[in-house]
Ligand binder design. Sequence first.
Ligand code: FAD
Length: 637
Amino acid sequence: MHFHHHGYVSADPRIQAAEGYGIDRPDELPDEVDVLIVGTGPAGMIAAAQLSQFPDVSTRIIERRPGRLEIGQADGIQARSVETFQAFGFAEEIIREGYHITEMAFWNPDQENPEHIIRTGRPKDDETGISEFPHLIVNQARVLDYFAQFALQSPGRITPDYGIEFVDLQVEDPATAADPKHPVQVTVRHTSGERSGEERTIRAGYVVGCDGARSQVRKSIGRSMFGDQANHAWGVMDVLANTDFPDIRTKCAIASKHGNILHIPREGGHLFRMYVDLGEVPADASRTVRQTGVEEIIAKANEILTPYSIDVRDVCWHSVYEVGHRLTNAFDDTDEDDPNSPTPRVFIAGDACHTHSAKAGQGMNVSMQDGFNLAWKLGQVVTGRSTDELLRTYSLERRVTAKNLIDFDKEWSTLMATPQEELPDKAYLEQFYVKTAEFPAGFMTEYTESMITASAAGQELATGFPVGKRFKSAQVNRVCDAFPVHLGHQAKADGRWRVYVFADSQRPTNDTSGAESKVAALADWLESDPQSPLVRFRRPGDDLDALIELSVIYQQEHTEFAFTDAPQVFRPLVGKLQLEYLEKIYATLPDDDIFEARGISREGAVVVVRPDQYVSGVFGLDEHERLGEFFAGVFAP
Ligand code: FAD
């Protein structure tokens, strides 16, 4: 953790000093905000957490409920989400608290006695080591709590405005609007407390609708959901119970003659969740299925589990969760087909734009990635770092991801509902689960070329960092204190870009006067050339690493050189006291060479990573011009 650079910090260093709008933040929702987020679900809370790192952007997040979510909704946390939590600083805490999925058991009717179920497979959850992060089960409420804590402890000091609901909005043409910076007029209504029922109008620069599957923001911009006509219904219950079912503490897909269960053990050692399949529900039968009582769900579960049973001692939460595969036509209020249409002012994220079954456990995870993708872009645009063209990339990128997810989820849910005897072979479902594991783990997203994703030119220099995919971390050794660290874990969700300079085989040198060392020449260019992004886009008074954090990774081991051998640009002077920061200079580890692990050329490479951890491009060490041009497309002069 980086602190003391503005002076000695004696209290919890995770509590950053308030800045900008975070100082004297009004309790009352103001009449004017830069960004208004609607809804405190996973999409909204991650967006608020990220924007709290942009204290010059006034951000408020409104929520219809009178207070925090306490129980229920989603609970599956894929490895990509834990990786994201790591950037927000709470992965370790949530890993300690969560249930860890290490295996998934498959149960099917016993062919000898079809009334009974038997275990037919037990594949590992991450057979191929997709990620160093675990697959967890933690209740959505706890995830939201951690984001809330991060947002409150960040410079913007964002905290939800509970008991206020979004009613409607109008977007004025910024060219003629009375207040061109805040052209969205939003009607909100108090839903609790003394002012319950009171309506008021506020102005916003941008509105982000994270208001769930029945999104009112979506309706207000005329977007609709397309997809399944019918919903699939699940009787969901979180229960405390005793049982003779041997896999009660293992995630299971159970198919029996009497129906299906998706069984999820929960955090804490006792609790478990069962999704009991209630089948397809035509739109007009929705009311009837919603009346399915918990006693009926328990009875059905016991029937499916035969010859085993559960003795329920306490029902902590239950619901009938109805969902279909649906997707909106766009995730914002612009016309995607018309490049001259005004740039977006209103966005939708999470369940507001895509819904899918609970079987692949994706709802909360994909929604968080939507919010993460959008929030840093809003931060950059509102602070004038980038033009508002950047905002068009949100819908373009996330719509494709959601479409792919829905296609995957359809295949997975159809397979799970198919009787074993109708599958190509007995182990088909288990094999599909293992073969496609990268998808539900959240690592299949791959963004295509745009103003923030370069072409694949240069990819051969770092084959383990595919352009457009998230930066897959590997171990390095920090030179100043010989401390092995995961390189990717050093990148925090602070809205900054990252440039990783993987050196060629030359010994480190801080002599940037000659062009003999490619790393030294690059360092010289970065520090002083007018086309360098650090020179061109850095604002007066900003630290060298304010916009882009540089790291250098040498091929040598740490005993072969000292940090003083690295060029000064990799040891930036930071904070009020302008202290030299030494923790961005790395060496390889003898038994775990990152150059080997990630297919990095011994000629070196430069890897550029965006604030939400996706690889934007791979460049040669001497491709200064191409690197400069790339950043010239990202940042505004
Ligand atoms: P949500 O988490 O739905 O958050 C939307 C938020 O917006 C809510 O807090 C809501 O109160 C608020 N809101 C809505 N309208 C307004 C308004 N007009 N003004 C202000 N605030 C508003 N997924 C699973 O995988 N398994 C489950 O068992 C499961 N059960 C669910 C049960 C319920 C009742 C619901 C609603 C969802 C469930 N989900 C489940 C889905 C999962 O929770 C979502 O996929 C995930 O939470 C999506 O996150 P989100 O941020 O997009 O939306």
